[in-house]
Design a binder for this molecule. Sequence first.
Ligand code: FPP
Length: 250
Amino acid sequence: MEEKLRSINLHKIPNHIAIIMDGNGRWAKGKGMQRVFGHRNALTAIRETADTASELGVQYLTMYAFSTENWSRPKLEVNALMNLLISTLKKELPEFMRKDVRVNSIGNVSQLPKSAQKVLSDVIEKTKNNKKITLTFALSYGAREEIVNAIKNISEKVVNNEIDIEKINDKIINNHLYTFNLPDVDLMIRTSGEQRISNFLLWQAAYAELYFTDVLWPDFRKEDLFDAILDYQNRERRFGKTSEQIDNNE
Ligand code: FPP
């Protein structure tokens, strides 16, 4: 583990890591337990990942906690996830303050229960001046819904003559997404062996490096994050250019 840490180039740390935390249900099932047991054990992985990312100098960490599609899960599981969200945010607030973590959310949060909305906005408000890392929870999030929403808002501004149709560009679209205050994703990680993006940050991950691991999310630890970052650092990000252009800093 120490050796892995030493191999990491601290000058090439991804600025924004996004994680699809998958495999909680299968992890629990493997232990003969209910799915909710897996979600509860996911919290250790979230904490350890956020701490490690922060120590390495990652500026933005975005975790897919609840998708727009997750609303169709059994009511019992949805309720358990909401309760877990509420209790975790409450409990972790002093830790967010101590560790200088700014909490943020993306998604259609107005769909969350009122009590969850309240703690969430409270934690976001109290941590808004923290600087070490921005920890964003995607809650009731779906990238297509986000893009549809942005198109509606932009169209309304076009109709009201606030935006000239010819001036619509990447930047304007970015500014109308839930992630308006976040940079593009550099590294997207998905656990549990599934190799899909599942409607997560479709626009923002246009040039992200994708990393898939078989580890189930509740088992994801420091060393697994090191592996993902080492893999990322061994790739060449060309953004459509040639290797020669990248070598010559063009
Ligand atoms: C994926 O595993 C996990 C989720 C859908 C939920 C992740 C949410 C949490 C860990 C709790 C949220 C709390 C906070 C504080 C953000 P899965 O259930 O899809 O697993 P499976 O694919 O094995 O069934």
